[in-house]
Design a protein around this ligand. Structure first.
Ligand SMILES: [Zn+2]
Length: 378
């Protein structure tokens, strides 16, 4: 070992260079290490997070949240949980003793059923904390044509602080549903909708909106060049509410609303436009998956688009009051060809991480709004 007074030996000089080099290189190595380590999300052990799930059906029936947790098992990590805010009336005059359970089972009307929010809140509150962490309850029990709808949402947050992460799925235009609701027909041009989106932006609520991109007619998509009926109105609303985090359910498609000719291009035009950076898309519902797994080309078209915008798509089941796990998991497995087509990182984002990013941010914002606005919390 050399003495401090003696001139530095070659060995000593080499040791100090190595130390200096290590100090210099350390941060870079660290960055490389971090980059190389795959991002472990809270729900990596699960197959998917479900951004679109109805615990109850059109007559407010369904499994208990405990039964549903068993169906989630080790497949679904977190779930955006809501009811179906439109009650199918059982009109004896129309259906006699035959009790309808779905909106297509009767000509009798649908009506807005606000108690669904209390039902969902109490189901959530019946769980222990660690199980509550797997759910993001959503408020749906309001009439979107009512200028007071925003006040209903505020009242639910004040009544059940610490529970909800967002609003929706709520519906404006949906094939036969919209016309079955008596009274004012929901519209994208109604200022009541602006009040709802403004409140969502103020509070930080994640919004799930169901609005068909087009009207449900057997449009000959090959020939018919005209714009899908609701696309431009939707764009106006999305742009006007740039501060609101909006998930457009089903990419605007549905049972009777097939992809318009330029559907993926129309979606891409929005995703490319920074004015729509607040808009996300869920690919939920078996009636939507059917279009994208119908052929390898259809799957590839969607996969290519998702890989160009991997942060903007979320998986969702759109299961409603499933009877058992196999029914609940149907849509996830129906999308098997898509999961095979996506690269691992993109698939992880669509199945798991986009959900976490969007709903974690929602939770954080809503809790802090409640701290500031709900007397019982603050
Ligand atoms: Zn739905």
């Amino acid at each position: 070992m050399s003495h401090p007074s003696s001139p530095p030996t070659t060995h000593g000089r080499f040791a100090s260079w190595r130390a200096q080099w290590l100090i210099f290189a350390a941060p870079f190595v660290l960055v490389l290490l971090v980059r190389a380590t795959p991002v472990r999300s809270q729900t990596s052990n699960y197959e998917f997070n479900d951004s679109h799930f109805h615990l109850t059906n059109n007559i407010q029936e369904g499994p208990t949240i405990h039964d549903f947790l068993n169906m989630m098992g080790n497949k679904a990590g977190r779930v955006a949980l809501f009811g179906v805010p439109l009650q199918q009336q059982w009109s004896y005059q129309v259906d006699g003793d035959r009790a309808p359970t779905y909106y297509l089972h009767s000509d009798a009307a649908l009506y807005y059923y606000s108690f669904t929010d209390a039902w969902i809140a109490m189901a959530y509150k019946s769980l222990p904390k660690e199980q509550q962490a797997r759910f993001d309850p959503m408020i749906t029990g309001f009439n979107p044509t009512d200028m007071y709808a925003a006040d209903h949402i505020r009242r639910v947050l004040q009544t059940f602080p610490g529970v909800f992460t967002g609003i929706g799925e709520f519906t404006i235009h949906k094939e036969f549903v919209s016309a079955k609701i008596p009274g004012e027909v929901a519209s994208l041009q109604n200022p009541a909708l602006d009040r709802i989106f403004d409140l969502a932006a103020e509070v930080g609520l994640v919004v799930i909106l169901h609005n068909d991109i087009d009207i449900p007619i057997a449009r000959d998509v090959a020939k018919d060049e005209s714009e899908p009926a609701y696309l431009n109105q939707l764009k106006v609303v999305f742009k006007r509410h740039a501060k609101t985090t909006i998930i457009w359910a089903h990419m605007g498609l549905g049972r009777l609303v097939a992809p318009p000719k330029e559907h993926l291009a129309q979606i891409e035009a929005m995703l490319r436009d920074p004015d729509f950076r607040n808009v996300y898309l869920d690919i939920s519902w078996d009636e939507v998956a059917k279009y994208f797994v119908a052929s390898p080309e259809a799957t590839k078209g969607l996969a290519d688009l998702i890989e160009r915008y991997p942060d903007r798509f979320l998986f969702g089941s759109d299961a409603a009051a499933p009877a058992d796990q196999s029914k609940y998991l149907k849509v996830f497995y129906q999308y098997g060809p898509l999961w095979k087509s996506l690269d691992a990182e993109t698939s992880g984002k669509v199945r798991l991480r986009n959900y976490e990013r969007i709903f974690d941010e929602g939770r954080r914002k809503v809790r802090s709004w409640e701290n500031a606005h709900v007397p019982s919390v603050s």
